[in-house]
Design a protein around this ligand. Sequence first.
Ligand SMILES: [Zn+2]
Length: 240
Amino acid sequence: MTTQLLQDLVLANHILFNEGVLDGFGHISARDPSDPGRFHISRMIAPALVTVDDILEVDLDGVVHDERNRRTYVERFIHSEIYKARPDVHSVVHSHSPTVIPFGVTGTRLRPVCHMSGFLGNKTPIYEIREFIGERSSLLVTNQKLGKALAETLGAQNVALMRGHGSVAVGASIKQVVYRAVYTEVNARLQAQSLALGEPVYLTDGECIETAEAMDTHLDRPWQLWVRRARASAGATNTD
Ligand SMILES: [Zn+2]
């Protein structure tokens, strides 16, 4: 893992907190470019507090490799099983971003209502953990079996909702997955507002493909803004 990638992973943690995707919970990881069987993720702390020193290395069985025996999140199996199932995925975000949750519990499917969120496609799947663990559980993805089931629910999509819990977004890079996680939340807000006014006109499958491709060429622009905004917020906090 290069220093630049580790720094981007730290920045991504701060951005996702600052943009309202992560709070005290949730996490982002990045696959190791030199070893596809390993990924990097913070130890078990709030995303806004993550530094380079907090980043741990984990294998695709969810085992942490750390000389100091530090622990990462109990839901690391979300990441390990998606990396196992999807060689094209190099970064994963799991969040509880609040506007997305209602779409996982009502039968109203999350669908793209604007050109920024074409990556969602029109078939956003929902992971129903009861199908895999029964009616009494923490809803957390705490083992390989549950992680594998989530990866299968995600299939080839970029985003999957988790009923009563949150969502997972995947991407080919840290910048792409941060964009997708932010705009999944934005789309959920816009779709909820649209549904309050009437029946929305959703993007067609063709518009989803074309808009997603177009926006993928502009990932640096919002990233630079989000970095600056996250740093400004952190600076303001430090002077408290
Ligand atoms: Zn969670």
